[in-house]
Design a protein around this ligand. Structure first.
Ligand code: RM4
Ligand code: MN
Ligand code: MN
Length: 396
């Protein structure tokens, strides 16, 4: 690999950090059943320990996203112990995710629930989550709503939209000047007829209505098949409305498969739009890159390391595209030249340069192999097996 190429890879990796989800280390499953792993994290502390291990080996995952219901069972009081875990395991709390979908009250929705008392409860939980975020010095509040309906005629769609606007505005009022709220969209599931925030346009309108610190969160799994996600990304960037990503891959719907396992070229194209935007505008895109995957067949830590290294590879490949040449080829409608710039970058094997970058940082060149050799998995399996044998029903 020539040295300008490896310089580009080094430059890209310096700027790339990715956040891990705490729920990716706990036992999860499908709606048909949960497959218990003896090494799965059973407490918030164990989730921090696992995230810390992934960060130790990859060097690019300094934060862990928290789900309030699962990781802060004592609400604000949980923040002291979370700070201790952060120090002990070397990973800071990242985005804070209120949970507005699991409690019985939310059967007919949260911010869009026809009952005012439940809407208020959902708002109160969101406000508490913002308070937790403040205590933990977390910048982003990630909002995902399961709200929607299953049968035509059963919900007042316009009325629910109004309720959402009101609650999101109130949410925005609680933010400190450094904080942001990220509004996630999803076309279906758990609601199968209509979802209140079903696509990026709805998330964009609601974010705009909420206030300037509200941005859109793109979960790559939350699109219909064949949708052009990179175009959505490009539009959100041009509107200064892209707040962050939940990365995963999908074959059918919200499959939460390992990033790049089905269509690595798509993630590459998304990264390209971001890097091209930055080149063209001279502006750094302020985007939170987060993983939203919870593996129940693969080993959780190994799959997480696999995800992180894949993200680095695809980001580095996208950074190889010669933006100047691309702009010229686009201007001249030189289609094959433009297309080839993407294809050639994608076809470049960036792994040797990434290994060299890791070595330059004192990191293991092959983090997955280092994990296999390191003995961590054997230790946690021993420590947690008995506890996991009784774990049958909850993410926590
Ligand atoms: C949703 C969405 C949210 C995640 C939950 C668990 O489909 O992706 O971001 O927090 O799943
Ligand atoms: Mn998500
Ligand atoms: Mn999802």
């Amino acid at each position: 690999m020539d040295s300008p190429t490896s310089d580009k890879v080094f430059g890209a990796l310096e700027a790339f950090r990715i956040e891990l989800p705490s729920w990716g280390f706990a036992n999860t499953g499908t709606r048909f059943g949960k497959f218990i792993q003896p090494a799965a994290a059973t407490t918030t502390e164990e989730k921090f320990s696992d995230a810390g291990q992934v960060h130790l080996l990859t060097g690019v995952c300094p934060t862990v996203a928290l789900h309030v219901l699962w990781d802060c069972p004592e609400g604000l009081q949980s923040t002291d112990e979370i700070k201790r875990f952060a120090t002990r395991y070397g990973v800071a709390p990242g985005s804070i995710n209120p949970n507005l979908f699991q409690d019985q009250e939310y059967k007919y929705g949260s911010f869009g629930n026809p009952e005012e008392i439940i809407r208020r409860r959902a708002l109160q939980h969101t406000k508490n989550s913002i308070e937790i975020a403040k205590r933990l010095h977390s910048r982003d509040i990630s909002l995902w709503f399961a709200d929607g309906s299953n049968y035509p005629g059963t919900a007042n769609i316009r009325q629910r939209k109004k309720w959402f606007v009101e609650a999101l505005q109130e949410t925005h009022r609680e933010l400190s000047s450094e904080q942001r709220m990220l509004v996630e969209y999803k076309p279906f599931e758990p609601a199968f007829y209509h979802t209140d925030i079903a696509d990026w346009g709805m998330a964009l309108l609601l974010s705009r209505a909420a206030g300037p610190q509200a941005k859109v969160l793109v979960d790559t799994g939350h699109h219909y098949a064949a949708q052009n996600i990179e175009q959505i990304v490009a539009w959100l960037l041009s509107e200064n409305m892209l707040g962050g990503f939940h990365f995963n891959d999908r074959r059918y719907a919200d499959d939460d498969l390992t990033l790049g396992s089905i269509d690595p070229y798509q993630i590459f194209r998304i990264f390209h739009e971001i890097i091209f935007f930055q080149w063209e505008t001279g502006q750094r895109a302020d985007i939170a890159y987060m993983v939203d995957q919870s593996h129940n067949l693969k080993g959780k830590l190994e799959a997480m390391i696999q995800t992180v290294t894949m993200a680095q590879q695809l980001f580095a490949k996208a950074a190889l595209i010669d933006a100047k040449k691309l702009a010229m080829a686009q201007k001249n409608c030189n289609l094959i030249a433009a297309e080839s710039l993407l294809q050639d970058a994608f076809a470049t094997d960036v792994r040797p340069a990434i290994e060299a970058w890791r070595a330059s940082k004192g990191l293991p060149t092959d983090p997955r192999e280092a994990f296999r050799q390191g003995g961590y998995l054997e230790r946690i399996t021993k420590e947690r097996a008995a506890k996991n044998a009784h774990n049958v029903s909850s993410y926590a």
